[in-house]
Design a protein around this ligand. Structure first.
Ligand code: ADP
Length: 471
């Protein structure tokens, strides 16, 4: 009988140990009033369970303290970051405001205290005006960002002619680009009559002004190009704007920061270029109000492309117009099965051509350089037409045309290039291009020209097709 009782007691201890091993510290082993070895063991086990329970509670508390510390550390870093931004803002503002103030007060002083010839007076007044305008820009930026942060900025939709808006900007920026000896070009993605969109014109204008202004500001030599193209993405139609420059570029690290308020790239020579670090933050906020997004692609030392898009809703005039262009231009001939090769290194222009030509062919290949164009020509005997850009990396377009013409004199090759000089046209014809389209390529002219050559066909692709049919 005693043996059975003792056996039960030991089993209770074993069960408790198993539970404890599984992490259950709520158990306690019964202790009798015998005070024998088994009781001593049970009491020892109970003490051990109490210790483990206490340790578990302490661990949990420590975990909570660690979490709290982490949160505190993060809050501290945020506060420090905010303090750093505030200091950077103050330093920047102080510099930005003092510089034009220096100009205003300095030249006002000179005007007051010196007898000056008329032309000097006018020059100084001009400089005062310039500094005053700079002050005004800074104040406007600060007011804009404050209004955005106070959520006071809303969308004001009206009918906007995008081509008109871009042309006004082109005219506005042309003298500034000329002054810096930069080539400024504009690419309109749609014919004027179809470039009407219901959007917030003021915000669109403000974003473009800021991006083109930056492109000119941060480019010493080369060119600035801006424009837009229609994009079809995930079933959504969008107008994608771009501003490309051959300027100082932005490092990968800085690309992640520049859309934040008051942040400027960490380049050493940045102080010499005036700026508050607010323009891109304002642009980002405006684009988001327009239900779009903004991003940058850039290579340090080579240049940057800023993109932003805005939706083109299905009930908008532009959406209807784009669909109409597709339908009317395709209707006259059936070129759908014919294969076109578009050679274009710039992804935006390549995409524009692809979309624009979709009505004429459902078989469009894109090559990014001259060598790739030659390879694709060789690999695709059923190719019907080549649209060839001339200024290309790796192998120029005219080199590629010469190579293709050595083996084939019939396939229509249409050059599309920004080189618009009379001599260039002659050169392109001489090396074997059938026709020539100047950039920015006008959609209606592009469609007409391509359609014209595709109707004629070339014996190479026709031969290929008939031999394929016979097979
Ligand atoms: P800022 O007034 O300084 O130009 P922005 O917010 O417009 O302010 O731009 C933020 C920073 O992004 C600039 O200070 C500059 O470092 C960088 N940046 C903007 N645009 C360009 C560009 N086109 N090329 C190179 N850097 C640019």
């Amino acid at each position: 009988m005693t043996n059975k009782i003792n056996q039960d007691r030991i089993e209770a201890i074993t069960e408790a140990i198993i539970k404890v091993a599984r992490g259950d510290f709520s158990v306690q082993v019964p202790v009798t009033d015998k005070y024998d070895h088994i009781d001593a063991l049970a009491m020892g086990i109970n003490m051990m369970i109490d210790d483990l329970k206490l340790k578990e509670e302490t661990d949990k508390e420590n975990e909570q303290i660690k979490l709290l510390n982490k949160e505190l550390e993060e809050a501290k870093l945020k506060a420090e970051e905010s303090e750093r931004l505030k200091m950077a803002f103050l330093a920047n503002m102080s510099h930005e405001i003092r510089t034009p103030m220096n100009g205003i007060l300095g030249f006002a002083d000179l005007l007051k205290s010196h007898v000056l010839p008329e032309e000097k007076k006018l020059e100084f007044i001009g400089l005062i005006e310039k500094s005053g305008n700079r002050m005004l820009d800074i104040i406007n930026d600060i007011v804009d960002i404050s209004r955005i942060e106070s959520k006071l900025v809303t969308k004001n939709i009206s009918t906007v002619n995008i081509n008109d808006l871009l042309e006004q900007q082109y005219k506005f920026f042309k003298p500034r680009a000329k002054q810096k000896e930069l080539k400024l070009s504009l690419h309109k993605g749609l014919p004027d009559e179809n470039s009407v969109l219901e959007t917030d014109g003021q915000k669109l204008n403000a974003v473009l002004i800021n991006l083109v202004n930056n492109a000119i500001k941060y480019t010493k030599t080369g060119q600035v190009e801006f424009g837009y193209a229609i994009r079809q993405n995930d079933g959504q139609t969008k107008l994608e704007f771009y501003v490309r420059d051959t300027g100082i570029g932005i490092s990968k690290e800085d690309q992640a920061l520049i859309f934040d308020r008051f942040t400027r790239s960490k380049k050493a020579d940045m102080d010499a270029i005036e700026g508050t670090g607010l323009g891109l933050a304002i642009s980002k906020a405006y684009v988001e109000i327009l239900d779009g997004k903004i991003w940058v692609e850039s290579v340090e030392g080579e240049g940057s492309v800023f993109y932003f898009d805005v939706p083109v809703t299905e009930d908008s005039k532009m959406y209807q117009a784009v669909r109409q262009v597709d339908k009317t231009d395709v209707a006259t001939i059936d070129c759908a099965g014919k294969k076109i090769l578009v050679v274009e290194d710039d992804p935006v222009s390549g995409y524009f051509l692809k979309i624009a030509l979709q009505g004429l062919s459902n078989n469009i290949l894109v090559a990014r350089d001259g060598q790739e164009a030659v390879d694709m020509f060789m690999d695709n005997p059923d190719l019907c037409l080549i649209l060839m850009d001339i200024s290309l990396p790796r192998m120029r377009g005219d080199e590629a045309v010469k190579i293709i013409r050595k083996t084939n004199t019939e396939i229509p090759i249409i050059a599309q290039t920004a080189y618009c000089m009379e001599g260039d046209k002659e050169h392109l014809k001489a090396i074997g291009c059938n026709d020539y389209l100047g950039k920015p390529v006008k959609m209606d002219l592009l469609l007409k020209t391509v359609q014209n050559y595709m109707e004629r066909g070339c014996t190479r692709c026709l031969k290929y097709k008939s031999s394929n049919v016979e097979k």
